[in-house]
Design a protein around this ligand. Structure first.
Ligand code: HEM
Length: 333
C-alpha cells in the first residue's frame, strides 16, 4: 500500500505553501460601485438553471476546478479554439465538461454586460457562480473575493500536466495539488466535491470488468456499475454513474461514507481511503460533516486564489469564450 514517509507526510499536511499567498487586491465588495447587482444577477441565473440532481452545480464546480488548476483562476478554460490555437477545452479531459455549463456562464455574462458593460471578468463570474451552485444544493458558504482579471492564453497542450486523472496514485495527485499550494488534507477535502455529479463509464469501467477487476470495490456496488455501463462502448460514451448514488442531489459528506464502504466510483476516489496517508482525513470527514464543510469552505477560498491575475496582468473579456480584439484590450488598460 503506497504511503508517504512520516516527515514528508507532516510537511504536506501542515506547512501552508507560499504558492497560495493571498492576493490582497481582491476584495469582497469589488463591484459595489461599478456593478452593484453582480451577485444578485449571478444567483438569479444559476438558480433558474439548476438542473436535476445537482447536475448544474456539479458542472460549474468542476469547470471552476479545471480553470483554476490551469493558468490560475482566469477563465482560460472558457476560451473556444480557433484556427490557430487548440484551447484547454479541446483537451480530451475537458471534453466531458458539459455544454450546458458553458451556456450558463454565457447567460450570466450577457446579463452582466447589459447591466454593467465591460466591468465584470469571466474569472469572477466563475468564482461567484461556483459559490452559488455549491450553496444552493446544501454545501457550505465561504468567502468569495473579487477583482480577478481574465487570462489571455488557453493552450490544450498544458492541460494534461496539470489535472489529476482517475488512475492517479495519491502521490501523483498530491504532486499536482502541492504545486498549487494545497496540503494533503486540503486535497482530500476538495475531493469531497465528488459528492455530486457523475463520471462516465470510461473512467471506471475497467474496475468492474476486464481481466483484473478491482477487489476493493463492494460486490453489490460493482454489479450496479456493470449494469449501468452495459450499453457502454467506446463509440457510445454517454453512459455514466453518480459519484454518490445515495444522495446525488445533495452536497454532503456521503462521498466519504461511500469510500469507507467500498463505494468510491473512481480508482482515484477509492485510493483516498486505501492509502494510509489520506485515510485519517476520509474517516474524519465521514464522521463529521461540520468539519468537512469547514475544511471544504477554506479550501475553496484557497482554490479561488490560485494563480489569480489582477490589474494589468489580465483583461476583462467582453465574451467569455473569446479573447478581446487588440483594440478592445487597449481600451480597457
Ligand atoms: C483529486 C483528484 C481528482 C480527480 C482524479 C478527478 C477526476 C474526475 C473525473 C474523471 C470525473 C468524471 C468526468 C466525466 O466522466 O464526466 C470528475 C468529475 C467531477 N469532478 Fe473531479 N477529480 C478530482 C478532483 C476534483 C476536485 C478538486 C473538484 C472540485 C473542487 C472536482 C469536481 C468534480 C465534479 C463536481 C465532478 C462531476 C462533474 C459533472 O457531473 O458534470 N474534482 N472528476
Amino acid at each position: 500500500m503506497p504511503s508517504f514517509p512520516p516527515v514528508i507526510f507532516l510537511l504536506l499536511v501542515f506547512i501552508p505553501s507560499v504558492l497560495s499567498a493571498p492576493v490582497t487586491s481582491l476584495t469582497n465588495d469589488y463591484y459595489q460601485e461599478t456593478c452593484p447587482d453582480f451577485s444578485k444577477i449571478v444567483r438569479e441565473v444559476v438558480t433558474t438553471t439548476q438542473g436535476p440532481q445537482g447536475r448544474t452545480a456539479a458542472g460549474i464546480l468542476r469547470l471552476f476546478f479545471h480553470d483554476c488548476f490551469l493558468e490560475g483562476c482566469d477563465a482560460s478554460v472558457l476560451i473556444a479554439k480557433d484556427a490557430l490555437n487548440k484551447s484547454e477545452r479541446d483537451d480530451e479531459i475537458n471534453h466531458s465538461l458539459t455544454e450546458e455549463t458553458f451556456e450558463i456562464v454565457t447567460r450570466i455574462k450577457t446579463a452582466l454586460e447589459k447591466s454593467c458593460p465591460g466591468v465584470v471578468s469571466c474569472a469572477d463570474i466563475l468564482a461567484q457562480s461556483t459559490h452559488e451552485a455549491v450553496t444552493m444544493i446544501g454545501g457550505p458558504s465561504y468567502e468569495v473575493k473579487l477583482g480577478r482579471k481574465d487570462g489571455c492564453e488557453s493552450k490544450a497542450r498544458k492541460v494534461g500536466e496539470n489535472l489529476p486523472l482517475p488512475n492517479h496514485t495519491v502521490h501523483e495527485m498530491m504532486s499536482l495539488f502541492q504545486k498549487k499550494g494545497f496540503t494533503l488534507k486540503e486535497m482530500v477535502a476538495l475531493s469531497g466535491a465528488h459528492t455530486i455529479g457523475i463520471a462516465h463509464c470510461k473512467d471506471f469501467i475497467c474496475r468492474v470488468t476486464g481481466p483484473r477487476p478491482d477487489l476493493d470495490i463492494d460486490a453489490e456496488y460493482a454489479e450496479v456499475l456493470k449494469s449501468q455501463c452495459k450499453d457502454y462502448t467506446v463509440v457510445n460514451e454517454t453512459r455514466g454513474s453518480f459519484f454518490d448514488p445515495v444522495t446525488p442531489d445533495k452536497f454532503d459528506n456521503m462521498y466519504y461514507k461511500n469510500l469507507e464502504n467500498g463505494r468510491g466510483l473512481l480508482a482515484s476516489d477509492n485510493i483516498l481511503f486505501k492509502d494510509n496517508s489520506t485515510r485519517p482525513f476520509v474517516e474524519l470527514y465521514a464522521n463529521n460533516q461540520t468539519v468537512f464543510f469547514e475544511d471544504f469552505a477554506r479550501a475553496m477560498e484557497k482554490l479561488g486564489m490560485v494563480g489569480v491575475k489582477v490589474d494589468k496582468n489580465g483583461d476583462v473579456r467582453l465574451r467569455c469564450d473569446n479573447l478581446n480584439k487588440p483594440k478592445e484590450a487597449i481600451l480597457r488598460v
